[in-house]
Design a protein around this ligand. Sequence first.
Ligand SMILES: [Zn+2]
Length: 305
Amino acid sequence: MSSFIVMQGHTYEIDRDLGIIWIPKTDKGGNTPHSWGRMKEVKKGDQIFHYVKGNIVAISIARGGCIEAVKPSTEDEESGNTDGYLVHLSYHELEKPVHVRDHFDQIAPLLPLKYSPFQPNSDGNQGYLYPCHEELAIKLLELMSELNIYLVSDEQLEFSIEEVKRTEHNTLIPVLAETESEVQTKLRLGQQKFRRDLMPLWNGQCVLCGISLPELLQASHAKPWKDSTNSERIDPYNGVLLCSNHHALYQNGFIAFDGQGRLHISSEISEEDYVTFGIEPKTRIKIYPDNKVYVKWHKRNVFRK
Ligand SMILES: [Zn+2]
């Protein structure tokens, strides 16, 4: 079960009424952009967030995997290739769309560096179908739930037009709840496996301070979950074992390790704080050869020099 974000624009209503998404196989130059080719990854049961003009307006569940199909007949007949990729979906439209810009402070930290659906200014990117990792999916589901599921107060229980309208939208509630629980489970199982496999590589203790109390230890990703592929997310070599404090320093880029395992400390941390934070400039940890690519990625992309 995977999640995706589709950028639909003016085709949204047509696609919604047909219960599909569709994109040509190739552009005018004969190439397949990554966000078009990604259609082939969609499997039955996957969930898709629908983005239209600044808003997430619907969530859908794939009724089958991606198939090859010609362009569905619509009024928009002008342009190019009609051979394409199609997925049948059950759409669940939101009564209250999630305006991405309004919540961008919560969304931005979860965006991957590569294949992000949104630009740094919160505008949607130009492509079609983007991956949506579990942490981002959970955030979007939370925002959708906050806006669209509310406790009905006593006064509102009286029969009213408003109430009828809400009842009609009730298919959304089980879909959101079910999807969120599935995504949470996938995320939790992945994190548990990562931790279980990583712990023994570091003798069950923080590589910097030696803390070994399991409750204080974190399997700390080097290449973050949001930027990793599915296999990188659970690769025990994609990270180190750190206590909660050192984990926070590492995740926020205040410290990094290079390919030789040498500790690098951000200039944003003043030298007077080194002792308090339990970090020493000349520290070198013993890393595995398979760690190298990951710690170097972290140092290049997350570390705040
Ligand atoms: Zn530590």
